[in-house]
Write a protein that binds this ligand. Structure first.
Ligand code: ATP
Ligand code: MN
Length: 528
């Protein structure tokens, strides 16, 4: 079928121009011509995403129909949306597009060919098309000629839903229809909705239909072929820590784990840029060049040099680049069964040790808990960090019940000999406001030591509350910081905080107790 007929078939028929799979250069040029972006001193394209500078999880819906009614984990993460409402909204969106220029980008997800998911991304502007190009896996000219999509993403930032007739919460929405294989994104130009939309789809298809574990993690591979994965919620260090000059990058955010491999879902990275520096994060810093899309950054006055410390638009400034912009990325983005798994948590209470080793039971307990604590931000008067428990370190993206992912991980940990480590990339020497964030160079040194096996020969001490094994020595790291209590001036304040955090773990875990066996429950902290 002719490409234009393919669009007509899905109800898209515009009087304006249709741009088919434009190159990076043309997408950048058109963005500049439309005055929707500027070129920075390193050659990247900088755009603003407008009203939304982050995802909007409360405005995400899944169409509830006979396919999904019994399989989706319905609730505030996965809110049901009626088929009729979807069909109405879809018609309204395609109608809206009938007077708009549209950009088509054909890409795929999943680096392992067996699971390849062909995706057509339709956007209203060229820089969102560049995002799709950079973040997903790219096809050759020849492959594009015969491309037929399986999934369709339509992104219409300028379309506003009517909450009353469209049955949405607000004017913006992300709606996934598993039966029609369509993701509709409206009212928001935040590109993260696009990538996390397909992530949600794969978090359904892979475990549910193919028995493959899908993971919110980064992954890299050592010279001897040992794979490491890094699970963690937003801001805990997945992207930063997986970019390691001594290891090949597999991917920075979304992966699958089948019987033989860990494979990336994506073809690019979406790195946070706040305080980005050449010294601390050289790989990411130099990936910001021509072809990269920068979002919501600001410049040093009177120049086009990006001021990464400027967070006047948002703290969530981002760079979206194809994975091969990182020098030692592996191609294809596939590794073997992991030898090491790191759970990254940014504990702003300063309670958890900077590195500790977990038993299988503890690993399962912490995976299901998915703990991190975020600092409240820059608001005046807020000094207490906010505790977050996000199952499987990725609750907002899980269409299935967390126990599905936990079961898959559990059997993989049992079948394979994997070391599991908990890394606190957050505070040391006291909670936020008193202590400081652990130095990135120390966290890197601890991870290197774990990967190179040098922690195998060290003595461990058990954390009295969390039961985690803390190494007493680690190359490149001052020994006194390995036990967090040592870094606090007020030891009894530490004990109080540790107990307090343990209580929150226990409280949060109540909803999962019926699923957990004795081994997992032994991984819980003590609260007496
Ligand atoms: P997302 O899921 O939103 O992409 P992420 O897990 O990939 O989040 P990163 O982009 O790696 O998170 O963000 C970690 C941020 O924390 C970076 O800006 C990094 O410079 C900073 N940071 C400071 N100290 C550390 C540390 N000790 N370890 C890791 N990151 C640190
Ligand atoms: Mn990331």
């Amino acid at each position: 079928m002719e490409p234009i007929e393919q669009l007509k078939n899905i109800g898209i028929n515009t009087s304006q121009k249709i741009h088919w799979n434009l190159s990076e250069l043309i997408l950048v040029t058109q963005t500049l011509n439309r005055q929707e972006g500027v070129i920075t001193s390193s050659g990247a394209l900088a755009c603003d995403t407008g009203e939304f500078t982050g995802r909007s999880p409360k405005d995400k819906y899944i169409v509830k129909d006979e396919n999904t009614a019994d399989s989706i984990w319905w609730g505030d993460i996965n809110q049901p949306y009626a088929t009729e409402d979807f069909d109405n909204l879809y018609n309204r969106v395609t109608n809206f597009l009938s007077n708009e220029e549209i950009y088509v980008k054909d890409v795929y997800a999943c680096a392992k060919k067996e699971y390849q998911l062909k995706v057509r991304v339709i956007t209203q502007n060229p820089w969102q098309s560049l995002f799709a190009n950079n973040l997903f896996l790219r096809l050759t000219e020849k492959e594009l000629e015969t491309f037929q999509h399986e999934w369709l993403i339509i992104v219409v930032p300028e379309f506003k839903a009517d909450p009353v007739s469209d049955k949405t919460r607000k004017h913006n929405f992300t709606i996934i229809n598993f039966t029609k294989k369509i993701i509709l994104i409206g009212g928001s130009a935040y590109t993260g909705e696009i990538k996390k939309g397909i992530f949600t789809v794969l978090n359904y298809i892979l475990p549910h239909e193919k028995n493959v574990l899908s993971m919110h993690c980064s992954a890299n591979i050592g010279k001897h072929g040992d794979t490491a994965v890094f699970f963690g919620l937003s801001g805990t260090g997945k992207t930063t820590l997986s970019a390691d000059p001594t290891r090949g990058l597999i991917g920075d955010d979304e992966h699958g784990w089948d019987n033989e491999n860990v494979f990336n879902f994506e073809g690019g990275c979406y790195a946070k840029c706040v305080n980005l520096s050449k010294e601390k994060e050289p790989e990411i810093f130099s990936a910001v060049r021509f072809g990269t899309l920068l979002e919501n950054v600001r410049f040093l006055e009177g120049t086009n040099i990006v001021d990464y410390d400027n967070i006047s638009v948002t703290e969530n400034t981002r760079a979206a680049y194809p994975i091969d912009f990182i020098d030692n990325a592996v191609n294809p983005s596939i590794g073997g069964i992991p030898k090491n798994i790191f759970f990254l948590t940014c504990d702003a209470f300063g309670v958890l040790p900077p590195i500790s080793k977990l038993t299988v039971g503890q690993a399962m307990y912490h995976f299901i808990s998915g703990y991190t604590a975020k600092v409240a931000g820059t608001e005046a008067g807020i000094t207490e960090p906010q505790t977050t428990f996000s199952a499987c370190f990725g609750k907002p993206f899980l269409p299935l019940h967390p126990t599905k992912y936990a079961e898959l991980l559990g059997s993989k940990l049992k079948e394979n000999n994997v070391n599991v480590w908990l890394i606190n990339t957050g505070w040391s020497g006291g909670a936020y406001g008193v202590g400081e964030r652990i130095k990135l160079s120390y966290t890197r040194a601890m991870i290197t030591a774990a990967l190179e096996g040098s922690l195998d020969a060290t003595d461990y001490i058990q954390h009295p509350v969390f039961g985690l094994q803390m190494p007493s020595k680690c190359d490149g790291v001052p020994s006194e910081i390995l036990n967090p209590k040592n870094t606090w001036n007020d030891k009894s304040a530490y004990d109080t905080k540790a107990k307090n955090l343990a209580m929150q773990f226990v409280q949060n875990f109540k909803t999962f107790e019926s699923f957990a066996n004795e081994e997992i429950m032994k991984g819980a902290p003590t609260t007496i």
